[in-house]
Design a protein around this ligand. Structure first.
Ligand code: ADP
Ligand code: MG
Length: 434
């Protein structure tokens, strides 16, 4: 395929003009640390070399047959944190770091999955109606989606698949949902069956909740399956309705900085926050019987509850109720290109997560504060569940290089680690490449 025919031509062109996806330098001791010319492109459509992906596949599974490729993007949430399980709104974007699955059909009903992220750890099982879970194994993601397909009555066929990622694993950019969705597309491609993308998101969500056993919300699977290039998605987690808000890459760049601390709101911390939300809902139900979740609580109702609800559930509820309002407001401001106000709302969201939901950390706070010192950065906040993982900043394209270098320098000075920085535009949802 000629470059000019490539569906990603526009993005490729942008990448050429604006070389803004940066590879972090390995260490601050690197002799070229802080040398802008050393900052280089790492991933994105421009770097997706299909021939190389297929070569890697053949090294693991051998030559021959028709080899296919699917991809699924990662995601970053611009705002709307801990609102999903409270029936609220979220505003995620699909990002360019991605998972590709390179695969070929088999006619013996065997499933073999390998991943470059976990070398020499090939998973094999037979589709015989009962797909067991492997304790603490990455392959539970492809297994989980295969299980869901079987439950839904789909007849699967055998597959050899190699998972290759530019999306960091376990950094809060949803490599888990990207793996589920890309594996699903690969399996479907071989059966020739079609599942509508929103339905695929629901199946993947169920796999993550039930097969993997992680009580996450539906945001990740939805944006990864149904994201649109050049758009953020305002998702209503109550009825799953979606609307898309344009992000003009000429005006706005999404910069993600990784604390390099695996995001993990430990099970107990997550459960405690969910319980606090339930305590608050139980209280508000006594005031208004129609309240089903914090989505139904208004700011005046919340103010009325001061001193009546215990402090912690009150603060948790204050975060959720105000965050739901902020998320809707942020979508409106983004649509109107009112970036300064949007940035201010992101900062308010960060403070609320820090003080009321208590899921920030010194590392996340540092990256947010340092981002805001750079001219041309509109706003920044922690993204994902918190206590590790990443921050997201919205910046003018021309501010990106300064921002990247500033964050690498200041974060390393304080925490002796160089944060990985991913610079991205809004990418498309998962798709078949060939
Ligand atoms: P996040 O979704 O934020 O990246 P999670 O902890 O939810 O973090 O998911 C990470 C898990 O998903 C990994 O531990 C692994 O089991 C699986 N996973 C993600 N990416 C890959 C990959 N490229 N290859 C194999 N497994 C992966
Ligand atoms: Mg995940």
């Amino acid at each position: 395929m000629k470059t000019t025919d490539h569906p990603y031509q526009l993005i490729v062109t942008l990448y050429c003009i604006l070389p803004t996806v940066y590879r972090p330098l390995p260490t601050a001791q690197h002799p070229l640390f802080l040398t802008p010319s050393h900052v280089r492109l790492t991933f994105g459509p421009m770097e997706r070399n299909i021939a190389d992906l297929k070569r890697q596949f053949s090294q693991v599974f051998g030559e021959g047959g028709k080899i296919h490729v699917v991809r699924a993007p990662g995601r970053v949430n611009l705002i709307g944190e801990h609102t999903d399980y409270n029936d609220g709104f979220v505003l995620p974007v699909a990002v360019e770091p991605e998972i590709t699955v390179v695969f070929r059909g088999r006619d013996d009903g065997k499933y073999r999955f390998a991943s470059t992220a976990f070398p020499n750890d090939l998973d094999e099982f037979v589709i015989d109606g009962n797909i067991p879970k492997r304790p603490n194994h990455w392959s539970n993601y492809p297994r989980g989606i295969a299980h869901e397909f079987q439950q839904a009555g789909l007849t699967l066929v055998g597959i050899d698949a190699l998972v290759i990622n530019t999306l960091p694993v376990g950094s809060g950019l949803s490599s888990s949902a990207a793996l589920l969705i890309s594996s699903a597309l690969a399996m479907l491609a071989l059966t020739g069956l079609k599942v509508e993308l929103p339905r695929l998101a629901i199946l993947a969500h169920r796999a993550e909740n039930e097969f993997i056993g992680l009580p996450c919300g539906i945001m990740d699977q939805t944006i990864i399956a149904t994201g649109r290039a050049g758009f953020a998605m305002l998702l209503d987690c109550r009825d799953l309705s979606r609307s898309y808000v344009a992000i003009d890459p000429k005006e706005l760049r999404i910069v993600i900085a990784n604390t390099m601390i695996l995001h993990s709101l430990p099970g107990g911390e997550y459960a405690e926050r969910r319980k606090d939300c339930e305590t608050a809902v139980a209280y508000f139900k006594t005031i208004d019987a129609s309240v089903k979740s914090l989505r139904d609580v208004t700011i005046p109702m919340l103010e009325e509850s001061t001193g009546k609800l215990p402090d912690r559930p009150f603060r948790r509820a204050r975060h959720v109720v105000s965050e739901i309002a902020r998320t809707q407001e942020a979508a409106t401001l983004l649509g109107k290109r009112r970036y300064e106000e949007l940035g201010e709302i992101m900062l308010q969201g960060h403070r609320s997560l820090q003080q009321d939901y208590e899921v920030s950390s010194p590392e996340l706070d540092c990256l947010v504060e340092e981002s805001m010192k750079v001219k041309g950065v509109y706003g920044a906040r922690l993204t994902g569940a918190g206590l590790g993982g990443c921050i997201v900043a919205l910046a003018q394209p021309r501010a990106v290089e300064t921002l990247t270098l500033h964050l690498q320098k200041t974060y390393n000075e304080k925490f002796k680690k160089v944060p990985e920085i991913y610079v991205t535009s809004a990418s498309a949802g998962a798709s078949m490449i060939e």
